[in-house]
Design a protein around this ligand. Structure first.
Ligand SMILES: [Zn+2]
Ligand SMILES: [Zn+2]
Length: 439
């Protein structure tokens, strides 16, 4: 449903708007009954001492959190806020300026530079989960330590965060932990560090910067004047080397070359991990038309898992210099694996028509010859279905067909009922077994 967006549930089963992939898997009544009775915990089992606002969906959050923490962290990580769109009634609902959706449930996320989520925590006001030792740092800075503390980070891992999180105490603590941190910082958190004033710097021109080092000697503050001033704090680098960036000048109506300290370019380069996963999530977000925030969170966790897995898969393939499928094909393959894993729904012959890969468009346009039709008759299932070791039953059929366990070319009368392909099953030849074992 995240892929085929229809404005009303009924339409997936409607005569003119039917989506077979959905309608053939489950009938409408079963779907709507299951949907209205989804529960992850027994509502009567709540412990009165449990102050967790999210206890109703805690099981799924725990599973996803545990899994994300097994992904190997890259050299550069970014920490930011993510929003799950939700406008209904909920006390922990938040408003964030400058995000694509203004209202929703806020999640603090620590990401790899490519967008893979490593660790996250859902905001719930004062009750937000945080290890006791980090509480004194305040919500923002404490959250960075809290999220990073759950991972096995190698020494000198570089973290980036925005001014919601940055404080001098945070950077000192990261230094003690052997980690690097860089972030923009609010001018009221400088603890008396004296930097040139805005008006002073403006007079001297764009691209100018000044820096000071904290008394501990670990943290450096850099104030840079672009269009507006920005202050960055880091325990990794001072201003660094100076690069040139192109900027538009309103007065002269021409491009200018402006000096930019390295700390700013590093921050810009690596801060975007959370924006990346947000963008990927937005492509096929499962839109649950429900007033229940629990449903939104459950499906956010599903979507997050899919996107994270896809990024993990892409990184894996890239390491082997192999091509990878796009997010849509990946998502459709999961769908196919899950809808046929149940073992009750007969596998539809061939891949679903509604899939829009270039290969299938070809089949539709070309005048199909007889031999091509025969080829189309038995299509191999995706490997996730083939190797799931669940409900693959053999069946003897009337006519003989060519075995699909390549390179075997013998003819056989045995079929796999789930995969819908012919496979030899003889005393001296067991293609049936070979075909279903992962190579
Ligand atoms: Zn099979
Ligand atoms: Zn065979």
């Amino acid at each position: 449903m995240g892929v085929f967006n229809l404005p009303r549930y009924r339409m997936y089963w409607g005569t003119r708007t039917r989506i077979p992939l959905i309608a053939d898997t489950m009938n409408f009544n079963r779907f709507s009954r299951l949907r209205s009775f989804v529960h992850l915990v027994d509502n009567t089992s709540k412990d009165p001492d449990n102050l967790d606002r999210l206890w109703k969906v805690r099981p799924v959050i725990d599973i996803v959190q545990k899994k994300t923490q097994t992904i190997s962290p890259s050299e550069h990580l970014s920490c930011d806020e993510q929003m799950v769109p939700f406008t209904g009634n909920l006390d922990i609902k938040q408003y964030i300026r400058g995000k694509p959706c203004l209202w929703g449930i806020k999640i603090f996320v620590l990401c790899n530079a490519d967008g893979r989520v490593l660790s996250f925590e859902i905001y719930q006001g004062k009750k937000t989960n945080m290890a006791e030792e980090y509480k004194s740092f305040g919500l923002g800075a404490g959250m960075v330590l809290n999220l990073a503390g759950r991972l096995q980070l190698v020494e000198f891992t570089k973290l980036y965060f925005d001014n919601f999180f940055t404080s001098l105490a945070l950077l000192e603590r990261l230094s003690e932990m052997g980690l690097y941190g860089t972030g923009t910082i609010r001018s009221n958190r400088l603890q008396g560090a004296r930097l040139d004033t805005d008006s002073d710097m403006k007079k001297r021109g764009r691209g100018l910067f000044c820096e000071v080092v904290a008394s501990s000697g670990y943290t450096c503050l850099v104030k840079w004047m672009d269009n507006r001033s920005v202050i960055l704090a880091s325990n990794m680098i001072g201003s660094g080397a100076v690069n040139k960036v192109r900027r538009w000048c309103k007065q002269t109506k021409a491009y200018l070359q402006v000096d930019q300290p390295q700390v700013v370019s590093l921050y810009n380069q690596y801060m975007g991990g959370v924006d990346k996963i947000d963008q990927i999530l937005s492509y096929y977000r499962t839109f649950i038309r429900s007033k229940k925030w629990t449903m939104r969170l459950i499906f956010h966790m599903v979507d997050l898992s899919i996107c994270n897995s896809w990024l993990e898969y892409v990184a894996d393939r890239k390491a082997k210099a192999e091509r990878s499928m796009d997010l849509l094909s990946f998502r459709m393959e999961i769908t196919e694996a899950l809808t046929s894993a149940e073992g009750m729904t007969p596998r539809r012959r061939g891949r679903p028509r509604s899939l829009t890969s270039s290969e299938e468009d070809e089949h539709e346009n070309v005048d199909e010859s007889a031999s091509r039709k025969r080829k189309m008759k038995f299509q191999r299932p995706c490997s996730a279905v083939k190797n799931d070791a669940f409900s693959h039953w053999p069946q003897k059929v009337k006519g003989q067909s060519r075995c699909k366990n390549s390179p075997c070319v013998l003819k056989t009368r045995t079929m796999c009922l789930k995969c819908n392909v012919p496979l030899c099953l003889e005393e001296d030849k067991n293609c049936f077994k070979e075909f279903h074992i992962k190579k």
